[in-house]
Design a protein around this ligand. Structure first.
Ligand SMILES: Cc1cc2nc3c(=O)[nH]c(=O)nc-3n(C[C@H](O)[C@H](O)[C@H](O)COP(=O)(O)O)c2cc1C
Length: 215
């Protein structure tokens, strides 16, 4: 495939700093509501976000995770604390998130600091998941080598038997992270690559500075 010929014009209407709420979390909520309302179908997950983490050695990794909560404190997702991402966050809690809503011609980038949520928060979310996902979280030593798929499925079957009719306990190594944001960028694709980019940077507790960046 000739990637150079793949070209799309973004014919969306633009916006300026005055069109976005002073608080970027409020602005996020407005954009997220539009992303959900206008989602192209069940197959698309508007809450999927790329999470980038890195090690002090310089290794950088990105992967998708699902946003499972937003409030004034920040953005929550759930995972295995001993996974690659968990180990990277333990070594360097600075992370980045990115959303792409192609049908709106929008990208949203967030930078911040990740910390584990409370055990009570992880418990509440864990037990809200389907039973199969709860077992799955317990079965998987996420990001660690596995001899075969059969080994995984055998362990799943054993745990299903073991916990039949019982509540599945939250594994010690599983739970939530809260990303406390310190930078946001709202990006709207425009004609001729003259996109709109509005950045918020933290200017102290609950205070944000908003600027327009060149595309
Ligand atoms: C759309 C999508 C959503 C995902 N959501 C999650 C999630 O919320 N939590 C999670 O642990 N992994 C999720 N994954 C799997 C991760 O991308 C990744 O494969 C896994 O967490 C292991 O990453 P790591 O080895 O970098 O820690 C998702 C994958 C996709 C494609």
């Amino acid at each position: 495939m000739d990637f150079k010929t793949l070209r799309k014009e973004y014919e969306t209407s633009g916006f300026g700093p005055e069109d976005l709420a002073d608080n970027p979390i409020t602005a996020f909520e407005h954009w997220f509501a539009e992303a959900t309302d206008q989602s192209p179908g069940d197959w698309f997950e508007p809450n999927a976000m790329a999470l980038s983490t890195s090690l002090p050695s310089g290794r950088v990794s990105s992967r998708w995770v699902l946003l499972k909560g937003v409030d004034a404190d920040g953005f929550r997702f759930y995972t295995n604390f001993e996974s690659d991402k968990g180990q990277q966050i333990a070594a360097n809690s600075n992370v980045a998130l990115a959303f792409h809503w192609p049908y709106l011609g929008r990208q949203l980038r967030i930078e911040g600091n990740a910390q584990k949520t409370s055990r009570a928060d992880s418990e509440a979310y864990f037990h809200s998941r389907p039973r199969g996902s709860q077992i799955g979280a317990m079965v998987s030593r996420q990001s660690h080598p596995l001899q075969s798929r059969g080994q995984l499925e055998q362990y799943r079957d054993q745990l299903e038997q073991k916990f039949e009719g019982q509540t599945i306990p939250l594994p010690e190594n599983w739970g939530g992270y809260l990303v406390k944001p310190n930078r946001f960028e709202f990006w709207q694709g425009r004609l001729d690559r003259l996109h709109d980019r509005i950045v918020y940077t933290s200017a102290g507790p609950q205070r944000w500075k908003k600027v327009r960046l060149s595309p």
